[in-house]
Design a protein around this ligand. Structure first.
Ligand code: PML
Ligand code: MG
Length: 280
């Protein structure tokens, strides 16, 4: 079996004919000619699923609250015959009442995960002012050495756009049902959980910190193999920009990590527990 990104491949199983299908939509021209980003999403499916998935992605592009796109780009790509199957991280919600409480709880958890205090403050400050050079949001995540705080992404203007991940059909249904039973509906949390589960499965990633770049969405999370997906209904300070930070073990091979995060296909095929809410 070919090893795609080099180092690690636990959980990899052979399966034929899987395709990645990705959508991005923009207004005022295509993205590459300066159009405003409206929406993006992606799925993995068998060849016979592609017409339905394309329809779902186009419908989603046309109904996004950020506006009506004039360009919708759909890319379909056959995946190499190597897919990594994972369970989703266990989900725990900490019932903070405001972004300040959320920030304090996130700091405590990141500390228990071994992230240096100054690197935690650096990450929170970057998400608040916007991690792109000169401020502003980034399309992808930024990478920080968990001990020194060194910025490690190869292209600091774009960051790392995690891609090629989805749920199997059965796991998607199971996740939707178990989140709904806990009062956690919506595609946003499902997609964030799948992304965080892919990210946390890499041995170089100690933790992730995320809150949305959507001005109306205040929830965020800290995730990692050690703690699962820990949500805070309020994490984003008023006026903050948002984004994702991945905290890395010193010495992580960045090229291999970026290859895994952006190119290696991952399917979540079983759902971790959705734990009871923790009240502070
Ligand atoms: C959640 O409610 O758990 C999701 C929080 C992060 C959402 C990030 C995004 O979609 O922009
Ligand atoms: Mg987003």
């Amino acid at each position: 079996m070919r090893e795609m990104c080099g180092l690690h491949n636990p959980g990899v199983r052979e399966m034929t004919e899987l395709h990645s299908i990705r959508m991005r939509a923009s207004q005022g021209g295509p993205h590459e000619r300066g159009g405003k980003h409206i929406s993006g999403a992606e799925k993995i499916g068998q060849v016979e699923d592609l017409p339905r998935l394309a329809g779902e992605l186009v419908r989603r592009a046309l109904s996004h609250q950020a506006g009506t796109p004039d360009h919708i780009n759909i890319t379909v790509e056959k995946l190499p015959q190597q897919v990594k199957y994972l369970a989703s991280l266990p989900v725990t919600t900490i019932a903070v009442q405001n972004p300040q409480e959320g920030g304090e709880a996130a700091r405590r958890i990141l500390l228990t995960m071994g992230i240096a205090p100054k690197v935690i403050e650096q990450a929170l400050a970057l998400l608040e002012k916007g991690p792109a050079p000169g401020g502003g949001t980034m399309r992808g995540a930024l990478l920080l050495d968990a001990v020194t705080g060194e910025r490690l992404e190869q292209d600091p203007r774009r960051g790392i756009r995690v891609s090629r991940m989805d749920l199997t059909g059965g796991a998607a249904q199971q996740l939707e049902e178990s989140l709904a039973r806990s009062g956690l509906a919506g595609t946003r949390i499902r997609e964030a959980l799948v992304l965080a589960s892919k990210v946390a499965a890499h041995p170089g990633v100690i933790a992730e910190l995320c809150y949305s770049d959507n001005p109306d969405y205040q929830a965020g999370y800290v995730a990692g193999a050690a703690v699962g997906y820990v949500r805070f209904p309020f994490l984003k300070p008023p006026g903050a920009k948002g984004g994702r930070v991945f905290f890395l073990s010193p010495g992580t091979d960045i090229a291999e990590l970026e290859c895994y995060l952006t190119r290696e296909p991952v399917l979540v095929d079983s759902i971790g527990p959705i734990n009871p809410v923790i009240n502070l």
